[in-house]
Design a binder for this molecule. Structure first.
Ligand SMILES: Cc1ncc(C[n+]2csc(CCO)c2C)c(N)n1
Length: 227
């Protein structure tokens, strides 16, 4: 069985739940509150920073030139393509550089990026690719689901269109192909670990949206102590 067949079978209920999250339904019909998207886009900019670093780290530790080049290419592609989308939406939704600088990564964002960076720093290339793959996979999956029912005038149209584009599809397929190649040559325990790690990153994708929707922030023990 291929890696993706196995990994997707294990995460199917979670992926179905993600397509139906209030945040994503709001992107499709345009009802997502502006404040929720502003929160999301700021956290996503933090996410991209960590994601690109995790890929660059995995590239530096990869066992052969092909993997180094592919992972380094994904890192560079991330910083270019996703940054363009962020610049567009930060402008459209009035998020300034100062807003971004004043907002630290949320617990969900911090958890996800640190998981990616720790995996790249301490695990095999196969496991590192399994960790970054849901970022590609989930966005295509959710993008397609939203696109199928999106209102023509949703203000989130550029976001949706990015993830159903041919360009993005090619990036998803390229990342899946790297994962399959590494899975084929991996031993049994690494294969199992790739699936566990893929499922963890998929859950962290869910958590990222859930956090943006609810506006979860860091606990404030001082305020709690006074209350
Ligand atoms: C939390 C979160 N997860 C995934 C993506 C999508 N994404 C980010 S970088 C990248 C690779 C190059 O495009 C992709 C697909 C996102 N924006 N935010």
């Amino acid at each position: 069985m291929s890696f993706m067949t196995r990994a997707l079978a294990e995460t199917a209920p979670l992926c179905a739940a993600m397509r139906d999250m209030p945040f994503n339904r709001g992107l499709a019909d345009g009802s997502l509150p502006r404040a929720a998207f502003q929160r999301y886009i700021i956290q996503d900019a933090h996410y991209l920073n960590g994601f690109a670093r995790a890929l660059a780290l995995a590239a530096g530790r990869a066992p052969d030139a092909q993997a180094v080049s592919q992972l380094a290419g994904f890192a560079a592609g991330t910083l270019q393509a996703e940054h363009e989308l962020h610049a567009h939406y930060m402008g459209l939704f009035g998020v300034t550089k100062d807003d971004f600088a004043a907002t630290p990564p949320s617990p969900a964002c911090d958890h996800y990026t640190n998981f990616l960076i720790a995996t790249s720093a301490t695990r095999s290339t196969a496991e590192s690719v399994a960790a970054v793959l849901p970022c590609f996979w989930v966005y295509r999956d959710v993008g397609r689901a939203i696109h199928a029912c999106a209102a023509p005038d949703t203000p989130y149209r550029a976001w949706i269109d990015t993830y159903v584009s041919d360009r993005f599809d090619a990036a998803v397929e390229a990342c899946c192909a790297v994962a399959e190649r590494l899975y084929e040559s991996a031993q049994g325990t690494t294969r199992d670990s790739m699936c566990t790690i893929f499922a963890r990153s998929t859950l962290l994708e869910w958590s990222f949206w859930d956090s943006a929707w609810h506006g979860h922030a860091w606990p404030d023990p001082v305020a709690v102590g006074q209350g």
